[in-house]
Ligand binder design. Structure first.
Ligand code: SF4
Length: 414
């Protein structure tokens, strides 16, 4: 049987999409060894210039080896697919909506370019996650927000939700196969059920009733989507004690320039409320967007000091053709962006250590991997923990009471 290697870039939604393609393979064998592959399916990302160059670099390196047929899919298919096909760097290009045809596409004798449509709704059910100890569940796709810097709505389409029963069947199957932790993912997860009389809180309550479900995590959510119904589930034992709430900036004027729907004053009140309930709080932040003057940067840093943050995904602005921000004049060079990134991450790293030092309770940990006799996992606050033990712990849930707070992780003997 011909061997297929899946290379997945980008977000958890891509991880899910790759799992769907793997679970549908017929007449082909999945290999984890790229060198042994007859075909390599590159599930690409295009959210930043960095993502584009990683994908292009990977495809060029594969192409120069010349061993395998290369197929490109994912968000990069919509932005880079045509040029990579015309340059004969890839044999075929297909959009996310075409992934169910994976066996036909793998067998294609002629080069192809099938982007499909951006309105499709994914009703695939996966009942395993190769090499993972937690399951990523796509519940939604696309986004109706129109942040001025973002290309995602152009490559993932408008917001639409996966059928509720499909999601619940999937989780029942995965829980029956031993998965206990579920990460709900999508492009704009908080938009789940929009316009259909359902929402993320009601879905999570139903998921929590499924036998074997131990912890539910959310990929990311927008501040304005944390409504009263969502606040009702905050004290549920199955909800991770960590939320990733995408702010993208903390200057009022920058949020306006970036066409964000959140407002700093209400963000600050929300974060305060959640922190008082013991939540660890993460966010996304884009540094160096056009308009980010020194004055606005100072304002943003003064504001971020007031937020009880514990985690940050900070990115430097990346001009994406086709977005409104791409037409804006930018005066922030790479050096300045880098310095601002360092200032920002240093502030949040210090807050993370302070959070871990002040927390006195037990840590609920799912051990995910083991390397050189040390076990690695994440606790309920999405903080890393390293555990030394003579027991076989991989895939196990453990409760840790005695541990030390190190710079980047907690450490325990078990
Ligand atoms: S919310 Fe904004 S940043 Fe997030 S995917 Fe939608 S448009 Fe992009």
């Amino acid at each position: 049987m011909k061997k297929v290697f899946f290379k997945t870039f980008g977000c958890r939604t891509n991880v899910f999409d790759s799992q769907v393609m793997m679970s549908r393979l017929e007449g082909y064998e999945i290999t984890q060894d790229e060198a042994a592959a007859d075909v390599v399916v590159v599930n690409s990302c295009t959210v930043t210039n960095g993502a584009d160059s990683s994908v292009r670099g990977y495809v060029n390196q594969l192409h120069s080896k010349g061993n395998a047929k290369i197929l490109l899919t994912g968000c990069g298919a919509h932005t880079k697919g045509e040029s990579l096909l015309n340059d004969r760097k890839v044999f075929g290009v297909f959009g996310q909506s075409e992934k169910e045809k994976i066996n036909t596409l793998l067998a294609a004798k002629q080069p192809f370019y099938e982007l499909g449509d951006l309105d499709f709704i994914d009703n695939n059910i996966v009942d395993d996650f190769v090499g993972k100890s937690r399951a990523f569940i796509k519940i939604q796709e696309g986004c109706d927000f129109r942040c001025s810097y973002c290309i995602i709505p152009l490559v993932r389409g408008d917001a639409r939700s996966i059928n509720e029963e499909t999601i619940l069947i999937q989780i029942r199957n995965l829980a029956a196969n031993g998965f206990g932790e579920f990460v709900l993912t999508g492009t704009n997860v908080g938009s789940y059920g929009k316009g259909e009389g359902r929402n993320i809180a009601s879905l999570m309550k139903k998921i929590a009733l499924i036998r074997g479900v131990r912890r539910i995590r959310l990929g990311s959510i927008e501040p304005i989507q944390i409504d009263d119904e969502f606040k009702e589930i905050l004290s549920e034992p199955w909800l991770e004690q960590h939320l990733h709430i995408a702010l993208q900036h903390t200057s009022k004027e920058m949020l306006r320039i970036m066409n964000r729907r959140n407002k700093f004053e209400s963000d600050r009140l929300l974060f305060q409320e959640l922190s008082e309930k013991g939540f660890a709080l993460g966010t996304d932040f884009i540094v160096g967007h056009p308009g980010e003057s020194d004055v606005l940067w100072r304002e943003a840093m003064e504001n971020i000091e007031t937020l009880p943050l514990t985690h940050i995904h900070a990115f430097t602005y990346s001009k994406r053709d086709g977005t409104p921000s791409a037409l804006m004049k930018s005066s922030i060079n790479g050096m300045l962006s880098k310095a601002r990134m360092q200032e920002l991450t240093a502030i949040v790293d210090a807050k993370n250590i302070a959070f871990r030092q002040q927390y006195k309770g037990a840590l609920e940990v799912l051990i995910e991997s083991c390397k050189e006799g040390l076990y690695y996992g994440l606790d309920q606050h999405f903080n890393k923990i390293v555990v030394r033990s003579n027991e076989e712990l991989e895939g196990n849930w453990i409760q840790v009471k005695d541990y030390t707070v190190e710079r980047e992780y907690n450490y325990a003997e078990f």
